[in-house]
Design a protein around this ligand. Sequence first.
Ligand SMILES: [Zn+2]
Length: 419
Amino acid sequence: MPAAKAIVGGQIIDGTGAEPIRNGLVLIDGERIAYVGREDARRIPPGAVRIDAAGASVLPGLMDAHVHISLNAPSDLVADLTGRSIGRIAFDVAANLRDTVAAGVTTIRTVSDVAHLDIAARDAIRRGVAVGPRIVPCGKGLTTTGGHGQLLPCWLCMSHGEISDVVDGVDAVRKAVRRQIQAGAHWIKVFQTGGVIDPEGRIDAEEFTPSEFDAAVETAHIAGLPVAVHAHNRPGILRSIRAGCRSIEHGMHFDEECAAEAAQRGAYYVPTLTVMDRIIRHGAQAGLPAYMIDNVRQRTSKHHEYVKAAFDAGVGIACGTDAGSLLTPHGSAGREVVHFVDCGLTPVQAIATATRTTARMLKIDEETGSLEAGKRADIIVVDGDAVANPRALEVASNMRQVLVNGRVVAERGRIVNGI
Ligand SMILES: [Zn+2]
């Protein structure tokens, strides 16, 4: 059981969207938060470890609900997958987990990874043999032959080396969902439309047939698992929302009608603004094909407008960066917060989005995602005023402390209490 701790003197941004508390106090008893409020020396138990937060902001740990923990943010995804052995990838996963948590990201959802390494990582962290964030895993996503989630060309397909389960036909789809459940997945990921890395306008096409798609969703739902859908175009987004899927990933055409349907049915929108920005900003220099950069550039300003309109329509916006995918480093959730502000959310709203709203989507909000007594102590202490300057959240070395379950696991971008 970790020792009692008192985080003293910082500005508390509790993740609920409430106004910050200056000169705050957070008390931690073991793995959980015991008190959040104004500083009050009488409340601090004798012998508590003091964490000085003067000049800093105290927030719930950030969440990233769209991560590929087995990918290394390359410019060439095929080379990333084929140039490393599975053993090497597994060790890289351990490093990526450390980078993630050191950057203040205390929870991730993985949305397609090689060889179920995301599930193995979750279990290794639980067993205490690896350091990293809380993980809500999808295992391998489902994709069709030649679909967006099949990164390797057919002549290179190795079942263990692909991030997706490549399946066609209703029965094969059902079986693939069950394979993920058997492996320990908590969500099911389905690639339903093309994406920005696909040529020839495939971003505007759907991939699974309606009966295949419905079979995937039904098989997941009957087992009690929510479904996350990679969907860019309106038909794919609307199909997913109407089928009861819980999260729409990317959604660059998430227009008014999509927002109205999502608000009504309680679907969440994970716009992954970070990966899009990385492609525009660094794609040419990294040698990405021009069509990929154009795919993003043509859609990006509308994408930002859709995020704000969906937020205003009452849709739950969740934080996901596509970390690990093209040019997007692990531990990028702070960047996504800044993009939410660029879309027109206030910094307090953007932080609440990346903490409590994302926790709600993941159905872990009773345990974590906000600073409230009784919740797990997943907390970051960040230099400066994160409301006046949300960019402070982008830099791992600004993280004075990162706590998971009441333990300090990182300081200034470095793992402490490591294994
Ligand atoms: Zn992705």
